[in-house]
Write a protein that binds this ligand. Structure first.
Ligand code: FAD
Length: 426
């Protein structure tokens, strides 16, 4: 049977671009359909006027797990500068108006280590539990909510009460972080750029029919319907859970159950122009000790020597602010910074991410609910004769939620298309 398209790929984020590159290398002819007028998805370096045109990663900004991140060698081969971030940040934690002393920072470090020991032990021994339940023995330690903020709310974008400790353990980002010259999004757009003739931008896919009598898949966009020998769908679990793409027949029950187990967390970023005032030394991370995980924002001053401050907030607080709107979010971050610095600093305009409300994403990245870690493996095989689901959420290599994980998942999806009998294409 012949098809209009050999392999259709829905989404030109890292997973879709990685799948396309692997298929091209194998001699296949993939075609990408992307809803937005740009590639990269959640890896996106903007150059906003608010920050004087400086590169600003609205999504991914580091290559985590440097020693096993598949994008690091690609960036190096393209001559893109990578810099290890270990030791390059100075931490300043504020407690009721004063900066934590060395002894207090040592107490924080000790709580972090106890947290890791307890959480790893529970993850290994099972049964699965929430991160909060796994470390319940530390409740009452004044540093625990801040450790949970880092380990769950910021790194996994998830509330520790709703996040699987086994998933936390599987995806611990050990091995160092790399900063990327010019931004992660710009690097992705450069090293994974597909041939322009194989890319349809601003072309959202509305429908995928995957169980056709003659085999293959039919995908429908605003411009019409195309048949394809196979289809790799790489949109976020947020888009799939919200029904952003219709499927005929509906996705199998096991796939829908897996989606229930992998909701999207939210991490939001606000970049604020710092101007010439040396407000904080470059490379300072500044935040409050918190009473409840994720309730406050965290700030990085002048990353990569740039003239701006980046504010991060995650989990429930980030969702509440996304619902309240950009003005409320910006006001919150500026008020937080003023509290941290003991007075409103003279700052310039700001730029805010919209991952929680943008219908192309509906969150930052997926986390597993307690008991649902196995959901990440639910898409390890094709659905029907021609449909494969990929993306950061479905990475089983310990890098779920990251650009490295999205890359590996896309490559795996390409491998499934290559191996599957009948995925012969046009
Ligand atoms: C604030 C933030 C900070 C982060 N920090 C880091 C970090 O420092 N390091 C790291 O490794 N990772 C980080 N991540 C996570 C990382 O960005 C993602 O895991 C990764 O980029 C996801 O890639 P993906 O290809 O799976 O999905 P996506 O990037 O979401 O790609 C899917 C694509 O599908 C498109 N799409 C959606 N609907 C349709 C449709 N109907 N038809 C066609 N196309 C559609 C979308 O526009 C998108 O381009 C961060 C993410 C966020 C949001």
């Amino acid at each position: 049977m012949s098809f209009d398209i050999d392999v259709a790929i829905v989404g030109a984020g890292v997973a879709g671009l990685s799948a396309a590159a692997a298929l091209r290398a194998a001699g296949r002819r993939p075609v990408l359909f992307e809803a937005l007028p740009r590639i990269g998805g959640r890896a996106f370096t903007d150059h906003p006027a608010a920050l004087g045109g400086a590169p600003f990663d609205l999504g991914a900004s580091w290559l985590h797990a440097a020693d096993r991140n598949p994008l690091a060698p690609l960036a190096r081969a393209a001559g893109i500068g990578l810099r290890a971030t270990e030791g390059s940040w100075t931490r300043r934690i504020m407690l009721d108006g004063w900066a934590a002393t060395e002894a207090e920072l040592a107490a924080y470090q000790a709580t972090s280590e106890r947290f890791e020991r307890l959480a790893r032990a529970r993850a290994a021994a099972g049964p699965d539990a929430s991160v909060a339940e796994a470390v319940a023995g530390l409740r009452g330690d004044p540093w625990l909510p801040l450790v949970e903020t880092w380990q769950a709310t910021l790194i996994a974008a998830a509330d520790p009460r709703e996040f699987s400790v086994q998933d936390w353990h599987l995806n611990e980002l050990t091995g160092g972080n790399l900063a990327v010259a010019g931004g992660v999004g710009a690097m992705v757009a450069r090293v994974l750029a597909p041939p322009p003739a194989t890319l349809h931008l601003a072309t959202p896919v509305r429908h995928v029919a995957w169980d056709r009598p003659g085999g293959g898949v039919a995908i429908t966009t605003g411009a019409g319907t195309h048949s394809a020998g196979a289809c790799i769908v790489t949109v976020s679990t947020g888009v799939l859970r919200a029904g952003g793409i219709g499927f005929t027949p509906a996705l199998p029950e096991a796939a829908r159950a897996a989606l229930d187990g992998l909701p999207m967390g939210l991490l939001s970023k606000l970049g604020i122009a710092a101007g010439p005032t040396p407000l904080l030394p470059a490379g300072t991370s500044l935040y409050h000790r918190v009473a409840d995980a994720g309730e406050r924002a965290m700030f990085f001053s002048r990353p990569l020597g740039q003239d701006h401050i980046v504010s991060f907030f995650g989990g429930r607080a980030a969702w509440a602010l996304a619902a309240a709107g950009p003005a409320a979010t910006e006001a919150f971050a500026r008020a937080e910074l003023a509290r941290l610095l003991g007075g409103a600093p003279p700052l310039g305009p700001a730029v805010l991410s919209d991952w929680g409300t943008n219908p192309a994403f509906l969150g930052a990245y997926a986390y597993a609910r307690p008991g649902c870690m196995a959901a990440r493996a639910a898409m390890a095989a094709p659905i029907g004769a021609g449909l494969v689901i990929a993306g950061e959420a479905w990475c089983m290599d310990g890098l779920a939620g990251t650009v490295g994980g999205a890359f590996l998942s896309g490559a795996r999806a390409a491998g499934l298309v290559q191996r599957k009998d009948g995925f012969t294409g046009a």
